[in-house]
Design a binder for this molecule. Structure first.
Ligand SMILES: Cc1cc2nc3c(=O)[nH]c(=O)nc-3n(C[C@H](O)[C@H](O)[C@H](O)COP(=O)(O)OP(=O)(O)OC[C@H]3O[C@@H](n4cnc5c(N)ncnc54)[C@H](O)[C@@H]3O)c2cc1C
Length: 427
């Protein structure tokens, strides 16, 4: 939610060689929850971040905690089968309970509420999703109107969902963790991580850098891309529910203290110049006329080809390297699931087949992503991304050069804003 408070998490920079049982690279919500849970299990854990703690994607999140994440379970039962859809749901239910338990220990702004899943275009999809949820054991209720200035075809009320304050949560979780910030990892070998001037010896490493920062290892670039979303906060405190649209260009809406946060108009970075933030603003002003706009921003997250995150062994070559990524804009619940999946694998070599990063795809999304990558790599246009050499597009709204293949973004002057690129552009 773009709150400057998060910058107040003060941690030192690494200035000597160290060793640890477990090194976690990346201190967004994923790295932090993994480190917090591993520490609880008695491991010696060190967390490092190239910037300040929690200042990546996590800083600009909206922090819904919801088992429903788009038009999901109907497709998932059809594509992956009932058992995998049930497993997916259970990971999310377990994570909801985790945040509820945390809220008993500290004020993390946890608030239970309904999630209202709606469509302004397609009532069948809402009915399909209700049937899918019912099969999975989740009772919901259909309504035909919202308490918002918006005409819907149908909506589904899903009780017992929640939202949190991401900054309070990050403060609490990082309180007792051993963290080094401004500590960028530039190279990884079997048991060592290297910064410009120091080394960290580890038994196990967890890469939680959002998009994996290693370029070719694991070939993750074949399976991961990024999606961008626009967000606006307004001065409005009359909402109690959260809302989530399943339509393209739909919205997600939640209350936050005296404000309301509205996001939407998601786009793949392959689309050239678009004014999504402006479109969002126009829509917000239709729903909440004359409201005061407090803040607006854009943010992006890693998306996968089957809507299931990538959590498990980093590659086939390293038994002690793990990866947690691909949260499809739902990383808060998935960070807890990630921590539990990794702990099981470390302790008893029990793999999660659902989230295994090595799972193979040969679906429409894979073909499209591969075609898109080749197209931009072989396009004769500069500047080129420092990650894999894709030709970049300039987006006037974000004021950035954007990689249409893997989602790196660079400021106009070439400075990296978002990975996977680790190096600035040279014009
Ligand atoms: C607009 C928007 C709204 C969202 N809303 C929700 C929501 O309502 N609910 C929900 O559950 N999820 C939501 N998400 C998704 C969620 O915010 C993300 O999935 C989550 O924050 C990702 O966390 P992360 O730890 O993977 O990444 P990050 O927060 O980006 O953390 C990765 C860290 O790794 C560090 N790093 C990178 N490279 C290196 C390196 N070489 N060495 C050291 N450190 C490195 C970075 O500096 C960064 O701090 C939303 C996402 C977006 C874009």
């Amino acid at each position: 939610m773009n709150n400057p408070q998060i910058n107040k998490i003060e941690k030192e920079q690494l200035s000597r060689n160290i060793k640890t049982d477990i090194l976690v690279i990346g201190s967004g919500i994923a790295g932090v929850v993994c480190a917090y849970e591993l520490k609880k299990h008695g491991y010696d854990v060190v967390l490092v971040d190239k910037d300040q703690v929690g200042c990546g994607v996590t800083k600009k999140t909206t922090a819904f905690l919801s088992i429903e994440q788009d038009y999901l379970y109907h497709d998932m039962i059809n594509d992956l089968g009932y058992e995998k859809a049930k497993r997916f749901l259970n990971y999310n239910l377990e994570a909801l309970s985790f945040y509820e338990r945390l809220s008993k220990k500290a004020d993390i702004g946890f608030q239970k509420t309904n999630l209202i899943l709606y469509s302004t275009k397609n009532e069948n999809k809402i009915l399909n999703e209700q049937r899918a949820l019912q099969r999975l054991g989740i009772e919901t209720k259909i309504i035909n109107e919202l308490d918002l200035n918006m005409n819907v075809k149908k909506a589904l009320v899903i009780p017992n969902q929640a939202y949190i304050d991401p900054f309070k949560t990050m403060f609490f979780l990082t309180k007792d963790l051993k963290i080094y910030q401004n500590t960028k990892i530039i190279k990884l070998t079997s048991n060592y991580a290297y910064t410009e001037s120091n080394t960290i010896k580890f038994k196990i490493v967890i890469v939680a850098t959002n998009y994996p920062f290693l370029r070719f290892k694991g070939l993750h670039f074949l399976k991961l891309s990024q999606k961008m979303s626009s967000v606006i906060s307004i001065k409005y405190n009359q909402l109690t529910n959260m809302y989530l649209s399943i339509d393209e260009d739909g919205l997600y809406i939640r209350p936050y203290d005296d404000y309301t946060i509205i996001g939407g108009f998601d786009r793949n970075l392959k689309n050239e110049d678009q004014n999504n933030l402006q479109s969002l603003e126009n829509t917000v002003l239709d729903i909440f006329p004359n409201v005061e706009i407090i803040n607006k921003w854009i943010n992006q997250d890693v998306v996968t080809l089957d809507k299931v995150p990538h959590i498990g062994r980093f590659d086939m070559l390293h038994q002690n390297w793990y990866l947690v990524t691909g949260f499809n804009l739902w990383g808060f619940l998935w960070s807890y699931a990630a921590s539990q999946i990794i702990i099981k694998q470390i302790k008893s070599n029990q793999k999660s087949y659902l989230t295994n990063p090595q799972r193979f795809f040969l679906n429409k999304a894979f073909v499209k992503h591969t075609f898109n990558t080749f197209k931009s790599v072989f396009k004769f246009k500069k500047p080129r991304c420092t990650h894999l050499g894709s030709s970049l597009n300039y987006n006037t709204e974000s004021g950035c050069w954007e990689c249409p293949s893997h989602g790196s973004r660079f400021k106009k002057d070439g400075t990296v804003v978002n990975g996977p690129a680790q190096k600035d552009l040279k014009f």
